[in-house]
Design a protein around this ligand. Structure first.
Ligand SMILES: [Zn+2]
Length: 454
């Protein structure tokens, strides 16, 4: 691990690189060719078996192959892998899970604690967004999560797809020189090539996944302490990137104080035009959609998506089985941001618009628990109203019961204990019980709906 990885971290967290050497390391070489509608790449993954049991195979997710989601996004591109080897020995990849994963049968079992180097080539089609830019999140074969004796190969049509464990990324990204490429982590070098392309070198700290985007971007900048906040938007969209940068930096500073430190040196946002305000969270790079002028809705969504850097990004969770952990926390964090930065009147207006309305819907839907797996909700809309509406009502109820001091201590403890890891409902309940000294089994059973006793 070369010293350049430290460039992706705030100085106080540079030591996290040496401390997490057991995590996978990806080396990506990517070529973005909009003219041919393709992204091609080579990938090496240095993988250590930390499962405690021998592995006969390793699964890689091909997230671009997920079916069209409930918003009509995706389903229009295709990724394939070739030339796969493990420690130099050829492997025939097997497509599984509706082509959203490949299983790689290892030439010999990988024992607990043993390491292997996977190498492969891949090619994927790319499609421009309506503004002409190329948002390319999760655009490489990504290690699946091992659970018990199986790989998690969930497929969903809901909006969020990625369940992954933290890893280091060293990426070399080449694209036509008239495009700007932005990515998770930090760019540590850039060189123009004779053929009209530019190659960028990127490093990340421990991150849950790697996202990138290419476009003819204008940039607005802000800062939260020593963290740089960059907002990029395709030239000509007319979207107010400067205002989003100010909101994102203020939210980052607020959550830094409330929840614990953001460990990375920068946060990028791509601001895209869309029918309504929304966002997709990726570590270090948020895709933020603005439905028009940057208004109250955009401000709230910006805070929600920035909060995902804590909830999902650094402190991960199983987004398929316990999606409330990151989504309810991000929703409530948006309210906290308004409370801290804009005052109680704005926070109350946000609460009515973003939470209370959806909570009424969740009650009308049958008042389901917030802690179900995504496929246990009868539809995306019921899931959405329950987790995004009832979820923050639960967190506000919890805050009232615990008091501010214990509630925020619990959030900080949950964040710290699950840093670069995967939190659970049980670990969240435990943090709340320890911070408050109160048994909370009944409250969690009533709202979250699963016995979360540790
Ligand atoms: Zn969210």
């Amino acid at each position: 691990m070369d010293a350049a990885f430290a460039a992706a971290m705030r100085p106080a967290f540079a030591g996290d690189i040496a401390r997490n050497q057991g995590m996978p390391r990806y080396d990506l070489q990517l070529w973005i060719a909009p003219a041919s509608g393709a992204l091609t790449g080579t990938e090496q993954i240095r993988y250590t078996n930390r499962t405690g049991a021998p592995l006969n195979d390793i699964a890689l997710r091909l997230y671009p192959n997920f079916p069209t989601d409930v918003f009509g996004k995706g389903g229009d591109v295709r990724m394939d892998v070739s030339d796969v080897t493990a420690d130099g020995q050829a492997i025939a990849p097997r497509l599984v899970a509706q082509d959203t994963a490949v299983l790689l049968d290892l030439p010999q079992p990988l024992g607990p604690g043993a390491s292997t180097t996977l190498a492969l080539s891949f090619r994927a089609s790319i499609v421009a967004w309506r503004d002409g830019s190329f948002p390319l999140p999760s655009y490489y074969p990504m290690l699946a999560v091992r659970e018990g004796d199986a790989w998690r190969l969930d497929v969903t049509r809901f909006a969020d797809h990625v369940y992954a464990e933290s890893a280091f990324y060293a990426a070399t990204i080449t694209a036509p020189s008239d495009l700007t490429v932005i990515a998770s982590g930090s760019t540590i070098g850039e060189a123009q090539n004779a053929d009209g392309t530019t190659t960028r070198l990127v490093r990340t700290g421990p991150v849950r996944e790697f996202a990138l985007a290419a476009g003819n971007f204008a940039r607005a900048q802000a800062a939260a302490g020593d963290v740089a906040v960059n907002v990029y938007t395709e030239r000509g969209t007319g979207l107010d990137a400067a205002q989003v940068a100010r909101v994102a930096a203020a939210a980052l500073a607020d959550f830094d104080r409330r929840f614990g430190a953001y460990p990375y040196a920068e946060l990028d946002i791509q601001l895209l035009p869309y029918e309504y305000d929304g966002g997709d969270e990726f570590p270090g790079l948020i895709m933020l959609y603005a439905g028009g002028a940057v208004g109250a809705g955009t401000r709230y969504v910006t805070a929600h998506e920035v909060a995902h850097q804590w909830w999902y990004g650094v402190a991960g969770n199983d987004i398929f089985r316990q999606p409330w952990l990151d989504e309810a926390l991000a929703q409530y964090s948006g309210i906290l941001y308004a409370e801290d930065v804009a005052g109680p009147a704005v926070a109350e207006a946000d609460w009515q618009r973003e939470v209370a309305r959806r909570y009424r819907g969740a009650l009308a839907d049958g008042n389901l628990p917030i802690g179900l797996a995504i496929d246990e909700y009868p539809s995306f809309n019921v899931y959405y109203r329950t987790v995004y509406g009832k979820g923050p009502v639960f967190l506000r109820t919890l805050r009232e019961q615990l008091g501010d001091a214990a509630f925020f201590t619990a959030l900080q403890d949950y964040y710290t204990r699950n840093r670069y890891g995967v939190g659970t409902t049980a670990s969240f309940q435990q943090a709340c019980e320890q911070a408050s000294g109160q048994p909370l089994g009944a409250l969690f059973a009533e709202w979250v709906g699963r016995s979360a006793a540790p």
